[in-house]
Design a protein around this ligand. Structure first.
Ligand SMILES: *[C@@H]1O[C@H](CO)[C@@H](O)[C@H](O)[C@H]1NC(C)=O
Ligand SMILES: *[C@@H]1O[C@H](CO)[C@@H](O)[C@H](O)[C@H]1NC(C)=O
Ligand SMILES: *[C@@H]1O[C@H](CO)[C@@H](O)[C@H](O)[C@H]1NC(C)=O
Length: 347
């Protein structure tokens, strides 16, 4: 079910991200107005397995692709950390206020659970918001859209044009040819150990279970295949994963197909047209989706991301930030549209 694992994957798969927006109502100009946070889920079990794996799905507490207790703790901790940071600067209120925050997650168990865990740490009820003395928690909404419609947070929403451009790029890439040549021995080894095709994508596909199993070997008393325990092989698989991910977003033309505009209610039409070199005005049309054909499940192999994906993703954050900032300035002063950099060093 896609995605990758903790630590190194916080910034890897846009698929599993969600965003939190906090905005303040301060009227001075040189103050922090808006915060956008974009992050991935916490620690999780592997998203899938490889043929012949001695570790079974049932060895993981909730099966594949689920947030672990460590993941819950990490996310709760992040919420606490954010609370401390933004209470200290007076940006955030002590109690939850619906108008102050908007949270969106991809429609995945692990990211939804991450969002809820972060919010548990961010808004422990206090004073009149306590509704059960035994439970230091209150419900905070998390918004989502179906995966096939999520062009904002997923890097692998259905996009035939993207698939075509990536395929063309791979066919002609000198870099990829060099990579295959340099890693022939590793590709052969994975082919022999798993029976998967002797193909660089197979390196990517085994990386997720290999990495998760190595991290959690002790936590869940897993019995790993010998080659999975080998540090050299694991290190090279990581490098291979980064490479495969990087070439997935190899050109600006490809990357922009992963930068959609948020559909939050603000007047975006002229903004979209200004940004059209970086971001499609109508992403579904640009992706060449046949509008009447129901979108099918996405190829699992397409969960390879990083590098330029991160760039695309950051561009997305920047866009969202600009949009939201614009909206707030408009609310407060109809004549001044100046964008001022956020005083990041005081956060
Ligand atoms: C609850 O609010 C009081 C002041 O109203 C404050 O002193 C206390 O630290 C708050 N507790 C938490 C957990 O935020
Ligand atoms: C871990 O697994 C091994 C082999 O399956 C078994 O012998 C051992 O008792 C297990 N240890 C724990 C703590 O479950
Ligand atoms: C790890 O794998 C490499 C490459 O197959 C091999 O040369 C090396 O001896 C292995 N190391 C161990 C400790 O098995």
């Amino acid at each position: 079910m896609g995605g990758n694992n903790r630590l190194f994957t916080y910034f890897v798969v846009v698929l599993s991200n969600f965003a939190i927006t906090v905005h303040a109502t301060n009227t001075e100009t040189d103050t922090l107005r808006l915060v956008h946070l974009l992050y991935r889920h916490g620690d999780r079990s592997p998203a899938h397995s490889y043929p012949g794996n001695p570790v079974k799905e049932s060895d993981w507490p909730q099966g594949f692709g689920q947030l672990t207790q460590i993941g819950i703790q990490q996310s709760y901790f992040l919420g606490n950390l954010l609370r401390k940071r933004y209470l200290k600067t007076g940006f955030m209120k002590l109690s939850y206020e619906a108008s102050e925050i908007y949270v969106r997650s991809t429609d995945k168990d692990r990211t939804l659970m991450t969002a809820y865990s972060v919010l548990a740490g961010l808004y422990p009820p206090n004073g009149t918001q306590v509704w059960n003395k035994q439970l230091p928690w209150q419900p905070i909404p998390v918004h989502t859209v179906p995966l096939v419609d999520d062009y904002l947070l997923r890097d692998d929403a259905p996009c035939p044009k993207f698939d075509r451009l990536v395929k063309e790029f791979r066919k002609n890439s000198k870099e990829l040819k060099e990579f295959i040549f340099k890693n022939q021995d590793l590709i052969k080894l994975i082919h022999i150990k798993t029976g998967m095709p002797a193909d660089p994508l197979s390196l990517f596909r085994v990386l997720d279970p290999v990495h998760c199993e190595r991290i959690h070997e002790k936590d869940f008393n897993l019995t790993l295949a010998d080659w999975v325990k080998n540090d050299t092989i694991a290190g090279r698989l990581l490098e291979a994963r980064n490479f495969v991910s990087k070439i997935r977003f190899a050109t600006p033309e490809i990357a922009r197909l992963r930068a959609d505009c948020p559909d939050i209610n603000c007047p975006l039409e002229s903004f979209k047209s200004l940004m059209k070199d970086m971001m499609p005005v109508d992403i579904k049309q640009e992706c060449e989706l046949e509008s009447n054909v129901p979108t099918k499940t996405v190829d699992k192999s397409s969960h390879l991301v990083i590098g330029i994906a991160v760039l695309a993703c950051l561009a997305g954050v920047l866009l969202i930030t600009l949009i939201a900032v614009t909206v707030i300035f408009r609310k407060q002063d109809r004549h001044v549209y100046t964008y001022r950099p956020l005083p990041i060093d005081t956060i």
